[in-house]
Design a protein around this ligand. Structure first.
Ligand code: SF4
Ligand code: SF4
Length: 316
C-alpha cells in the first residue's frame, strides 16, 4: 500500500476512535447552514461592467492587496499581457480583473470584469462546511474563521464561482482564503470595501442590497441600449450580495447563466445524502482528526513548558 495512503488510514483510524470515544463535538450538518436569516438591510455591491477601464488601472486589485496584507500585484497595471489569459482569484489575491472580447463587434471596446467572492445569500461554501468555518453575516459578507477550519476543502468543491483558495504552500497552518468584502476592517462598520473606494471610475456602488437593486433597474430603464435587461446576482443561486450589470450576455463575460435561481446549499446536501456512509463518517473523521491534532499540540506545549521549568530549577 502507498505509504501516504497507509498513513492517512492510520490517522483516520485514530480519529474514528476518538470520535467513537465521544471527544468530538457534534458536527454541524449541511442542513444547519441552509436558509440564512436574511437581513433586508444587508449590504451589497453593484458592479457596472460597462464602466470599467481595466488596462492601466486595476486599482481595485492594488487596494485589495493592501487592505488584506497580501503581496502586491505581480504585474504592473500597464502590462497588457496580464489579460492574455483568464485569471482566477487565489490565496494571495482576492480579486482579479479579466478581459473579454466585445461580442457586439471586434471594433468595440473590450469588456473588463472584476471577479471576487459573490457573497451568496445561501452560500454553498458555508453549507458544505460542517464546522461552519464559513458563514453569512447579517451585514451581507460571507466570512471565514480559520480557528475552526479542519482543511477538508469541501467549500472549494461546493462554490459555483470557483472562489475559495487553499494555502497549499503553508505546511503548518494552511487556511482557506477569499474576499470577505473587507468585513473586519470596513463593512462591519458600514464603510465601503477598499476596492470600491479605490476605483476611479465608480464602477462599483456599495450600499443596501435593496437600494442597489432599485438603482440597477433605474440604470437599465434609463439606457436600455447600453445594458442587458438583467441584473446578475439578484436571483442567481438564491441571490448574491455582489451583483453585476453588463452590456453583453453574462455568459460571455465569465458569469455563468446556467446556475439557476435556487440556493446551491441543496447540492452539497443532495450529494451528501447520496453517500450516506460518507455523510455519517466523514465529519466524525475530520472532527476527530482536528481534536486529535489540537490535543497533541497542547501536550507538546505542556511538555515544552515543563522542560523550561526543570531547566530553570536546575540552573538555580
Ligand atoms: S479600479 Fe475600477 S476601473 Fe479600475 S480596473 Fe478596477 S473596477 Fe476597473
Ligand atoms: S461565491 Fe463561493 S465562496 Fe463566495 S459566498 Fe458564494 S459559495 Fe461561498
Amino acid at each position: 500500500m502507498d505509504p501516504s495512503r497507509r498513513q492517512f488510514l492510520k490517522t483516520a483510524g485514530v480519529a474514528a476512535a476518538a470520535a467513537a470515544a465521544g471527544i468530538v463535538a457534534k458536527p454541524l450538518t449541511a442542513e444547519a447552514n441552509v436558509h440564512v436569516e436574511a437581513n433586508p438591510d444587508r449590504f451589497g455591491v453593484l458592479t457596472d461592467t460597462t464602466l470599467c477601464i481595466g488596462l492601466n488601472c486595476r486599482r481595485c486589485e492594488i487596494a485589495c492587496a493592501k487592505e488584506n496584507g497580501n503581496p502586491p500585484i505581480d504585474t504592473p497595471p500597464e502590462d497588457e499581457s496580464v489579460f492574455d489569459h483568464l485569471r482566477r482569484t487565489h490565496e494571495n489575491q482576492f480579486t482579479v480583473v479579466n478581459r473579454y472580447p466585445n461580442p457586439h463587434g471586434a471594433d468595440k471596446h473590450p469588456i473588463y470584469v472584476k471577479k471576487q467572492c459573490m457573497h451568496c445569500d445561501e452560500p454553498a461554501c458555508s453549507s458544505a462546511c460542517f464546522v461552519k468555518a464559513l458563514r453569512k453575516t447579517k451585514e451581507g459578507p460571507v466570512v471565514y474563521d480559520a480557528s475552526v477550519c479542519v482543511g477538508c476543502r469541501y467549500c472549494m468543491v461546493a462554490c459555483p464561482f470557483d472562489i475559495p483558495a487553499y494555502e497549499y504552500h503553508n505546511p503548518t497552518s494552511p487556511k482557506v482564503r477569499k474576499c470577505t468584502m473587507c468585513y473586519a476592517t470596513r463593512t462591519s462598520l458600514g464603510r465601503k470595501p477598499a476596492c470600491v473606494e479605490a476605483c476611479p471610475k465608480e464602477v462599483m456602488t456599495f450600499g443596501k442590497r435593496s437600494d442597489l437593486i432599485k438603482l440597477a433597474y433605474e440604470k437599465i430603464q434609463a439606457d436600455p441600449v447600453r445594458y442587458e435587461r438583467h441584473l446578475y446576482g439578484e436571483h442567481e443561486v438564491g441571490g448574491t450580495s455582489w451583483m453585476f450589470l453588463s452590456g453583453a450576455p453574462f455568459e460571455k463575460i465569465g458569469l455563468p447563466e446556467h446556475l439557476g435561481d435556487v440556493g446551491l446549499p441543496e447540492y452539497p446536501r443532495n450529494y451528501l445524502s447520496a453517500a450516506p456512509l460518507v455523510m455519517a463518517i466523514w465529519p466524525a473523521l475530520w472532527g476527530g482528526l482536528y481534536m486529535f491534532t489540537k490535543r497533541r499540540d497542547e501536550l507538546e506545549k505542556q511538555e515544552k513548558e515543563k522542560g523550561h521549568e526543570t531547566h530553570d530549577q536546575e540552573e538555580k
